[in-house]
Design a protein around this ligand. Structure first.
Ligand code: NDP
Ligand code: PYC
Length: 336
């Protein structure tokens, strides 16, 4: 199909994952971890989360090629208490670190009905929903958050301190896919700001500030200055909480401590990730998923026409039927 001057083709999920696995392998990532990263990236592309799909490949490669992240890292999992795991990602990616803890997480959930996972010295460069979705499909409520590179100024400020610090929450819903929301705690994800700059667009006033702390609608100026937290001081407090959970509690670096300057091309944040998983049906609460379904129905009846995750799942259904749309240029670039 020709869309304007851009030629779009449809590729299968398996085809895209295989090509991405090869990309990570060529960049020196061990096979197991390459498969995990490729799967994650292909899921984002399939679900229309373009700010965290193949758009991110140059950033992954820049970090790998500059030696900033270790594609061969072997995570270490420590049982820190009942239902409490600490994971040292050893300067590798966060998703393989989470995978390394998976069997102990499942044991904790079966035994205690909850699990806290504190991952440190990890790089997370993707969306968070893929980390939670399998747990929510298995019946667990989940919350996760990560810190990033300091791109966000505190409320009223002029100097970036926080990362775009996303938070994601997932819950089972009776007779429906899990409900998952996954959002930056900044007005906009940094990836979307980069895309707006690339496309020559302006952004709404309030999105961020220029280098001097003045409000700006120019993505280029905000890239030099900083994004604002969403929702003024309330979002600022949530971004602060993320720094405390995903960095202070895990033992990872704060966003403001991440120094990419010695690694040209590196983009991935070397920080931490916090996860909390709970079995909601424990303690005679078997009605949980049914009650959540009822609550969502009330929200719809009250007039909310779009619930979080619905757009993403619509993209997924379309991709499952017709293939994942990708420009020929991107597809060929991945092959190189
Ligand atoms: P969006 O603002 O696009 O969406 C946030 C959430 O709200 C999604 O769950 C979305 O569902 C939902 N949503 C969007 N619009 C509506 C609406 N009108 N009504 C109801 N629900 C809605 O996300 P962000 O730009 O803040 O973040 C995008 C991605 O970037 C996230 O996946 C995040 O994890 C990732 N990110 C990762 C970072 C990292 O350090 N690794 C840092 C920052 C962001 P739906 O998906 O269905 O549209
Ligand atoms: O889009 O803000 C972002 C982001 C930072 C790290 C990964 N994604």
């Amino acid at each position: 199909m020709i869309d304007g001057s851009v030629e779009i083709q449809r590729v299968s999920f398996e085809g895209l994952r295989a090509r991405l696995t090869e990309v990570f392998r060529q960049a020196g990532v061990i096979r197991h971890n390459a498969g995990i990263l490729a799967d994650n990236c292909a899921r984002c592309e399939r679900d229309g989360v373009h700010s965290h799909g193949i758009f991110r490949i140059p950033g992954y490669l820049g970090s790998l090629e500059s030696g900033w992240v270790d594609g061969r890292a072997q995570p270490r999992v420590e049982q820190a208490g009942d239902g409490y795991l600490r994971v040292d990602a050893a300067n590798g990616f966060a998703q393989p670190a989470l995978d390394a803890a998976r069997s102990q997480i499942e044991d904790s959930l079966a035994r205690s009905g909850h699990c806290i996972v504190a991952i440190r010295d990890s790089h997370h460069f993707s969306a968070l929903w893929p980390d939670l979705e399998p747990f929510a499909e298995a019946g667990y409520v989940g919350f996760t958050t990560v810190t990033g590179v300091a791109h966000v100024v505190p409320p009223g400020g002029h100097t970036p301190v926080f990362g775009t610090n996303p938070i994601a929450f997932a819950t089972p819903v009776a007779e429906a896919p899990p409900l998952i929301f996954d959002q930056a705690t900044s007005t906009m994800a940094h990836g979307d700001l980069q895309i707006a700059a690339r496309e020559g667009k302006t952004v709404p006033m309030g999105t961020g500030v220029d280098r001097s702390g003045n409000a700006s609608d120019s993505p280029e100026s905000i890239l030099e200055g900083g994004l604002s937290p969403f929702g003024g001081h309330k979002g600022g407090s949530i971004a602060l909480m993320v720094e405390i959970l995903a960095s202070a509690l895990t033992g990872g670096q704060f966003s403001s401590e991440v120094d990419l300057s010695g690694h040209p091309g590196a983009q991935t944040p070397r920080t931490g990730q916090f996860l909390l998983l709970i079995d909601p049906a424990r303690g005679d609460n078997a009605a949980f998923a049914r009650r959540v379904a009822g609550l969502l129905e009330a929200v719809r009846s009250a007039g909310q026409s779009r619930l979080p995750g619905e757009r993403r799942l619509r993209h997924r259904r379309d991709a499952e039927r017709h293939g994942i749309p990708i420009t020929r240029q991107d597809w060929e670039a991945l092959a190189k």
